[in-house]
Design a protein around this ligand. Structure first.
Ligand SMILES: Nc1ncnc2c1ncn2[C@@H]1O[C@H](COP(=O)(O)OP(=O)(O)OP(=O)(O)O)[C@@H](O)[C@H]1O
Length: 326
């Protein structure tokens, strides 16, 4: 038993080519090779661009500015009233409804159970501001792909102030206009402005940069898409929408501080930037070419299985293929 194992172990296998003149196996072999070549050339190289090195670590900065007039309880509201925080960051809120509690003063210790009470004030609720549909958001986004040291901005350099002021983003008609009508954004996410203005909610604006840097940089352009980010909670019984509280403080003539408390329902916009740039590089090209060439050999495996198991005269092929030399 041990002897047989040792003789089996100390053998040497070397390949020998057997040419099989059979139409059926020949055709199967060529078809498999063709499929593998089509897969590698068409999908791996042309579609997935396996000859490129990729940079997904995009560096980005976003600036925003909202404009438009709204009417709330017969009062005109402008940017300074409804945008929070006002600095124009990548995440900002447009306040659409407020519940106002006026004249709160700090109470004494005995009144600790109602710590912020003056006289008991009943909060006043404003109407939701549906004019938000006509507001416009200006988005200025600059990005950099550090691996290739390429910087891009989301609107063309030659765009004039007049062009910017008069355009409005449309995915087909003006895909590079940096001014977005809130109504258009809400429409494309399928949201109803009235519900959103009443309860608040969060809208995501995604800016995707997919750049093939083997072409001119001019082709490296942003693509925008819009989603409702808090959609999973929209049917919950609790915490529908989005709100936050803030206060404004005043001093009375007698020196006493008092404040007005606002509970604000707002549409929160969150601008997210993603990027992927690719450029020709020898290392991935070599690795993938070798992988492609090796894979072409896979056809033999399948043809061997057919030849040695399912063809007429399989035993004869087996005898020809495996030959023992003493
Ligand atoms: N939300 C917006 N809707 C329409 N146009 C806008 C909006 N925000 C900015 N713009 C216009 O885009 C251009 C660039 O804006 P940017 O804020 O950089 O310049 P600005 O001269 O300070 O703008 P502003 O007109 O607010 O004083 C300006 O012409 C500006 O009027």
């Amino acid at each position: 038993m041990l002897g047989a194992f040792v003789t089996d172990f100390f053998t040497y296998e070397t390949t020998k080519s057997v040419v099989v003149k059979s139409w059926s196996v020949g055709i199967v072999n060529r078809i498999i090779q063709l499929l593998i070549i089509i897969y590698f050339v068409g999908y791996v190289f042309l579609y997935e661009k396996a000859y490129q090195q990729n940079d997904t670590g995009v560096e980005s900065s976003v600036m925003t500015k909202v404009k438009g007039f709204g009417y709330q309880d017969n009062q005109v509201q402008d940017t300074a009233d409804y945008v929070y925080p006002p600095q124009g960051a990548g995440v900002f809120c447009i306040i659409t409804k407020v519940i106002v509690t006026d004249n709160q003063t700090r109470g004494l210790c005995e009144e600790v159970r109602i710590p912020l009470s003056g006289s008991v004030v009943i909060p006043a609720e404003t109407e939701p501001m549906v004019d938000v549909n006509n507001f416009t958001i200006f988005i200025k986004n600059s990005i950099r792909f550090p691996m290739f040291d390429v910087t891009r901005g989301n609107f063309p350099q030659h765009m004039t102030s007049k062009e910017i002021k008069s355009c409005s983003y449309h995915p087909v008609r003006s895909p590079l206009c940096p001014i977005f009508r809130v109504g258009d954004i809400l429409n494309s996410t399928g949201q109803d402005v009235h519900t959103l203005a009443t309860m608040g909610g969060e809208i995501g604006i995604n800016i995707a940069w997919r750049c093939d840097l083997d072409w001119d940089e001019e082709h490296c352009r942003p693509q925008y898409s819009f989603t409702r980010l808090d959609a999973p909670f929209s049917h919950n019984s609790v915490s529908k929408g989005y709100n936050f509280r803030f206060a404004r403080y005043y001093k009375k003539e007698d020196g006493l501080d008092y404040r007005t408390l606002f509970k604000a329902h707002a549409i929160r916009f969150d601008i997210m930037v993603t990027g992927n740039a690719g450029k020709f590089s020898t290392v991935p090209t070599l690795i993938n070419t070798v992988a492609a060439l090796t894979s072409i050999g896979l056809g033999t495996v399948l043809c061997d299985i057919i030849l040695l198991n399912f063809m007429k005269g399989a035993d004869q092929y087996k005898a020809k293929k495996f030959e023992e030399v003493k």
